[in-house]
Ligand binder design. Sequence first.
Ligand SMILES: Nc1nc2c(ncn2[C@@H]2O[C@H](COP(=O)(O)OP(=O)(O)OP(=O)(O)O)[C@@H](O)[C@H]2O)c(=O)[nH]1
Length: 402
Amino acid sequence: MHRWKIPVSSLWTKISENILAPSELSGGQIIAMLTPAGRSSELRRHAASVIMARVQLIAGLFAILVPLCAIIDLLVFDLHTAANLIGLRILSAAIFVALAWPREASLTRPYAQALAALLVLLLVPSLFHLLSADMLAKASETQAQRLVAQLYAYLPTVVLGGLAIFPLTALEALLLALPVIGLSVGSAVLTEQTLTLAQYGGTLWFMLMMLGVAMFSGMSQCHYMATLVVKAMHDPLTAAYTRQSGEEALKLIYRLNHMSGKPLTLAFIDLDRFKSINDSFGHEAGDRCLRALADNVRAGLRRSDILIRWGGEEFVAVLPDTPLDNVATLLLRLRQTGLGLRPDSLPLTASIGIANSHEEGVINWEVLIQRADLRMYAAKQEGRDSVVWPDGSCLRLTPGSD
Ligand SMILES: Nc1nc2c(ncn2[C@@H]2O[C@H](COP(=O)(O)OP(=O)(O)OP(=O)(O)O)[C@@H](O)[C@H]2O)c(=O)[nH]1
């Protein structure tokens, strides 16, 4: 008997560990599921590519299925009605083909581009229903015709359910659903002389239920995606971008700055004599130094800047739209706050190479990073704890050491 007794506290611990804990959400994460405002650009870009890929897949599928369903129109309706429906189908299929057509993501506004494509995808079936509703109501005399007309009237509801496959925040799902619901009400007004709640209330309720489910699914996808993207793109030790995701971001930032003629500056940062910290104080202490360096550099960066962990103890600060004068401000701030402390309480020092995209001969991001790297080595040659500028001049970093 005794063996079957499960203490309430241990049961609760099990429930909270296994069921509640995985879904524990912070206030910020909940807000991020409700509205897209404040999303990082990397997350927006990722969400845009997921939404666009799904829009293209569904549009491609519909581009085939919609014309195929003309067979039903021909079998069920009179020739005149069927011909009108087929006309609408050809028009819809053409829009679906255009949506499915492979295209490059917009460099500057990929998220707006993806949402616009999604809106068009949602509107086509709803407009099909709006334009055919009156014609179908008049042409429906037999049981089969009424049944097919009724099924077409479900199109806006199906569209709202379809929202569930997209990683949308609650606000976005709601805003995208409004025109669909509006077109459905419009279709009902067109076909009924007087639209009553008793006639239309059930459909409206059903649509709102579908929207609720879609919102829930979209929000949980947003959360899942955000967690995965942050994990995949950032180095777990320092929370800086990984080399791979950092290179992708750098490529993109270089192109954007190049297009707009703005100066992009890189600071290649390499901790000095880091091996000796590992050797004397152990790897754990070395890790703490890396974290301190990343935290201190990040504290001086703007929201649009990014920090990449380029290699073991090498970091690259990417500073978009930044002329060299402004870099001096960042370095001055770093000079004041310092890079952190070594385990022996001496200040951590680093050698830094600066490169700017407006320099002569910088034709791509690879050249830019090469120059910053070479200048970082020059800073090592200069005795470490210093910054080497594009003109070859050298500045000591730790105050009093120059
Ligand atoms: N603790 C820790 N050490 C790392 C990590 N990644 C690389 N390292 C160590 O970083 C050290 C880099 O040493 P070196 O390339 O000789 O450079 P250094 O000692 O900083 O000398 P200089 O760059 O010439 O000033 C090596 O001992 C690596 O093992 C890490 O994630 N954690």
